[in-house]
Design a protein around this ligand. Structure first.
Ligand code: SUG
Length: 463
C-alpha cells in the first residue's frame, strides 16, 4: 500500500488563498508592525502570487492535501460608492478616489483576502453537534480594508464547500465592535488524531459589554472579542467540554501581536507558544491540559521563553506564524518563514525543539513568502485549515484541490495576468480593475467553481 495514500483517512487540508493582482503595501493595518514598516514600498504581485503557489506545492510535496482559494475583486468600487465616492462609471469612481481620498482607494484595492487564516473559523465534523464541518466567515470589523471581505468570502466558501449535508457555511457575525472576529487566526484545535473529537481554543483580546473587565492593550486594538468567540462556538454546536477560551496577553498585542497566530501555533496534541502568548499562562495551560485529558490525550506544550527568543524578535521574524503539520508518514514538521533562517537565536531554539524527542516535531522546512510577510502575513496567515474525512472530501469542489496539472495552470495564469510591480500610484490606473476581473473570470474556470463574483453575475442578462 502506498504510505502516501490518504484516501480513507481524515486529513487536515490547507486551503491557501492566491495573492491577488493588486497586492500592494499601503500601511493600512494599525497594530501590524510589518504593514506599517513597509507602507509605500513597491510591491511585486507576480512574485507574491508565485511565492504563495510555491508554498502550496511544497506542502503538497510533503504528502499533504492542499486546496486553493481565489482572491477577491479589487479595487472594490462598490465600497467606494458606499462611502460617497461617486462617478459616472467605475473608472470615474477610481479617478475621483485617487484624487480626493487615496487612502480609501488603497483600502478598496488591498489584496488582504490573501490571508486565508482570517477568512473563517472552522470546526471539524468530529466536534460539532450535527456532525457537519462548520465554517463561520470572519467579519473583520477592526479594519475598513478587511471589513469589505466577508460577503465575497461567504460566496467563495459556499461555492467550494458546496455539499450542505457535509458543510455549514455561516454568514459573518454582526459587524459591530462587540462581535469583532478575525477567524481562524485566533482559533486553534487540538486532537489526538485529526478525526477524533478535539479541543477548540478560542483566543480573544477583549471582552464584550457587561462581561466585567480585564486588562486590555493600550497602544493597539484587540481585534477579537470573547463574545464573538462564544457566538461561533454556539453556531458550530460545540460541546462545552471541548472548548477553552483564553485571553491574549495585552502586552503582546501592544508589541505587535495583532492575531494569536503571530505568537502561538498548535496541531494534534501539540501547542508551540511563546511564554507571553496568554494573559494568564498557567491558567490557560491548566484549562487546556484538563480539556485534552477529558478527550483522552495529553497536551504536549512546547514553549519558547523570552530569554531564548525575545517577544519583539519572534514578532519581527514571524517564528510562530509557522504551519505545524502532521506528516502522512508520521511525525510533524514546522513550515517556517525564511526570515527566521538567518536569526541564530531562532535557529537555535528550533534546533533544540527538533532534537527533543519528547515532542513529535521532527523537521523544519523554510518557505519564502516575503512579499506577504512585508504586509504582516507569514506562512500560517496564508492558509485556512479544514479537517476533512473521506465523505467531506467528496463534498468539496474538486477543481480547487492542488494537483501537478492545476499547479501548472495556475503558474501560467499568474504569468499571463499579473503585473511584475505595483507602485502606490498605480492604484489610480483604471486598467487594474479590468485586469483583475479578466484574471478572476478565467480563474473561476480553471478552478471549476462557477460564477462567484458579482461582476460575473451582473454580466448575465436576465430576460
Ligand atoms: O490584517 N495585513 C493583514 C495581515 C493578516 C495576517 N493574518 C494572520 N496573522 N492570520 C492584517 O493586519 C496589511 C495591508 C496593507 O497595509 O497594505 C494587512 O492588512
Amino acid at each position: 500500500m502506498d504510505p502516501n495514500d490518504q484516501s480513507a483517512a481524515t486529513v487536515e487540508a490547507n486551503f491557501d488563498s492566491l495573492v491577488g493582482p493588486t497586492h500592494n503595501y499601503a500601511g493600512l493595518a494599525h497594530g501590524n508592525l510589518l504593514s506599517a514598516e513597509h507602507a509605500g514600498l513597491v510591491a511585486y504581485p507576480r512574485q507574491a502570487a508565485m511565492q504563495g503557489l510555491d508554498k502550496m506545492r511544497r506542502l503538497r510535496s510533503l504528502g499533504l492535501t492542499q486546496g486553493v482559494l481565489p482572491p477577491q475583486v479589487r479595487p472594490d468600487v462598490e465600497f467606494l460608492r458606499s462611502v460617497g465616492v461617486s462617478g459616472a462609471d467605475d473608472a470615474a469612481v477610481i479617478a475621483r478616489a485617487a484624487r480626493e481620498t487615496p487612502r480609501l482607494l488603497a483600502s478598496a484595492a488591498s489584496s488582504s483576502s490573501m490571508w486565508a487564516a482570517n477568512a473563517a473559523t472552522v470546526s471539524p465534523a468530529a466536534d460539532t453537534s450535527d456532525g457537519r464541518v462548520h465554517l463561520t466567515t470572519a467579519n473583520l470589523v477592526t479594519n475598513a480594508h478587511r471589513a469589505i471581505e466577508p460577503p465575497q468570502t461567504t460566496r467563495t466558501l459556499r461555492a467550494i464547500f458546496r455539499d450542505e449535508s457535509r458543510f455549514a457555511v455561516h454568514d459573518a457575525l454582526p459587524a459591530t465592535p462587540d462581535y469583532a472576529d478575525e477567524g481562524a487566526a485566533n482559533h486553534t484545535r487540538f486532537a489526538r488524531e485529526h478525526g477524533d473529537a478535539g479541543v477548540e481554543l478560542f483566543v480573544y483580546g477583549r471582552l464584550g459589554p457587561g462581561e466585567g473587565s480585564v486588562a486590555i492593550p493600550r497602544r493597539f486594538p484587540a481585534r477579537q472579542t470573547l463574545e464573538a468567540s462564544r457566538a461561533i462556538a454556539r453556531l458550530h454546536g460545540l460541546d462545552g467540554k471541548g472548548v477553552v477560551y483564553a485571553q491574549q496577553h495585552p502586552e503582546a498585542i501592544d508589541a505587535g501581536v495583532f492575531h494569536n497566530d503571530v505568537i502561538a501555533v498548535g496541531n494534534g496534541p501539540v501547542l508551540l507558544a511563546h511564554e507571553l502568548a496568554f494573559a494568564d499562562r498557567d491558567d490557560t495551560l491548566a484549562s487546556l491540559g484538563k480539556a485534552c485529558e477529558a478527550r483522552g490525550f495529553e497536551l504536549c506544550h512546547v514553549e519558547i521563553g523570552s530569554a531564548d527568543v525575545p517577544l519583539e524578535l519572534a514578532i519581527k521574524r514571524y517564528l510562530f506564524n509557522s504551519q505545524l503539520v502532521t506528516l502522512p508518514r508520521g511525525g510533524m514538521a514546522l513550515i517556517a518563514p525564511t526570515d527566521c533562517q538567518d536569526e541564530p537565536r531562532i535557529v537555535e531554539a528550533l534546533d533544540r525543539i527538533v532534537a527533543d524527542a519528547s515532542n513529535p516535531i521532527g523537521a523544519v522546512h523554510y518557505v519564502d513568502v516575503r512579499q506577504s510577510m512585508q504586509n504582516g502575513g507569514g506562512p500560517a496567515c496564508l492558509r485556512l485549515r479544514v479537517v476533512l474525512g473521506p465523505q467531506d472530501r467528496e463534498g468539496v469542489a474538486p477543481g480547487v484541490i492542488l494537483t501537478d496539472d492545476l499547479g501548472g495552470k495556475l503558474e501560467g495564469w499568474i504569468e499571463r495576468h499579473y503585473r511584475e510591480q505595483l507602485n502606490p500610484a498605480d492604484l489610480a490606473d483604471p486598467k487594474l480593475l479590468e485586469e483583475c476581473r479578466t484574471a478572476l473570470d478565467e480563474l473561476t474556470g480553471i478552478l471549476e467553481i462557477g460564477s462567484i463574483y458579482p461582476f460575473q453575475r451582473d454580466a448575465v442578462t436576465v430576460w
